[in-house]
Design a protein around this ligand. Structure first.
Ligand SMILES: Nc1ncnc2c1ncn2[C@@H]1O[C@H](COP(=O)(O)OP(=O)(O)OP(=O)(O)O)[C@@H](O)[C@H]1O
Ligand SMILES: [Mg+2]
Length: 271
């Protein structure tokens, strides 16, 4: 197998006495999508934060292209090609599309003795990059990001990451707040990023979204890797159960019924 773009070997993360991640080993290669699954509090966000320079692992190693790396900050991770897109795309509602695309990396032009922001170039490059991902409705770089849909904002954030040379794209629940059509847009863009050879880590609670894009699946339960499998190795039902924290949904139904029965009993006592 080719050297993975990103690899974790025996990564642990504790916050003081609280152990959040236990001995995580994972790899993602170029042109692969890893879906990271797990219930609330399983450690998914903590894991991606240790990959994007927000946290340092307490122990264990992160390797990029086979070489150990330690990111001192999110900026350092980003400079090395790790792009993290948070929910709502980390975009700025009051900025224009062009501004937002180039934030922190603005192109400039000469204006007499000065260098000023080159709005025309920024707008042209940003619109071209976004349209390159199939979002042809964005044709004006002066448009405010606040007026774009959630899916379009996600698309802008992903297009920006790819444009600036990201090799690992991390998406923390990018489709969580989106409707069906918007979500399918974002999923298509994830597939386009994969086609362009990026490694992608995709977090979602929606089994349909996971199955639509995932080549590999990793399931975290209470901070440990409970399952690690390839597309086609598990059924939709098995994946759904794993996403619910390893408990069968049949068990959860029983629990839910218990809660409802208790509630019913309380209501009748009050009455
Ligand atoms: N800075 C911190 N200090 C102490 N505990 C933390 C810290 N960050 C996260 N945790 C704990 O680590 C556990 C995992 O949290 P994390 O946010 O990684 O979960 P998650 O899988 O992303 O959940 P969700 O699906 O709800 O987003 C939680 O119990 C959380 O309280
Ligand atoms: Mg999270």
């Amino acid at each position: 197998m080719a050297t993975p773009i990103i690899e974790l070997r025996g990564v642990n993360k504790s916050f003081g006495p609280v152990d959040v991640l236990h001995d995580i080993s994972l790899k993602v290669g170029a042109g692969e999508v890893l879906c990271l699954l797990g219930d609330n509090g399983a450690g998914k966000s903590t894991l991606i934060k240790t990959l994007s320079g927000v946290h340092k692992p307490t122990s264990g190693t992160v390797l990029m292209d086979g070489k150990p790396v330690v990111f001192a900050s999110p900026r350092e991770a980003s400079d090395m090609g790790v792009a993290t897109v948070h929910q709502f795309g980390g975009t700025f509602p009051l900025m224009s599309v062009g501004r937002c695309f180039f934030v922190g990396r603005e192109p400039t032009k000469r204006w007499g003795p000065l260098r000023v922001y080159d709005r025309a170039t920024a707008n042209e490059v940003a619109v071209k990059a976004i349209q390159g991902f199939g979002i042809t409705r964005i044709d004006d770089g002066d448009r405010l990001v606040g007026g774009m849909s959630g899916g379009e904002r996600q698309s802008l954030a992903i297009a920006r990451a790819v444009h600036f040379g990201a090799r690992l794209l991390i998406l923390d629940e990018p489709t969580a707040a989106l409707g069906v059509k918007q979500a399918s847009h974002v999923l298509r863009i994830v597939l386009e990023a994969r086609r362009r050879g990026l490694a992608v880590i995709f977090i979602t609670h929606q089994v349909t979204h996971a199955m639509a894009v995932g080549d590999h699946f990793a399931v975290l339960i209470r901070g440990a890797l409970a399952a690690n499998f390839r597309k086609g190795e598990k059924t939709r039902e098995e994946i759904t159960d794993l996403m619910a924290g390893g408990e069968s949904l049949a068990n959860l139904d029983v629990e839910t019924q218990g809660v409802m029965d208790a509630e019913g009993a309380r209501a009748s006592t009050v009455a």
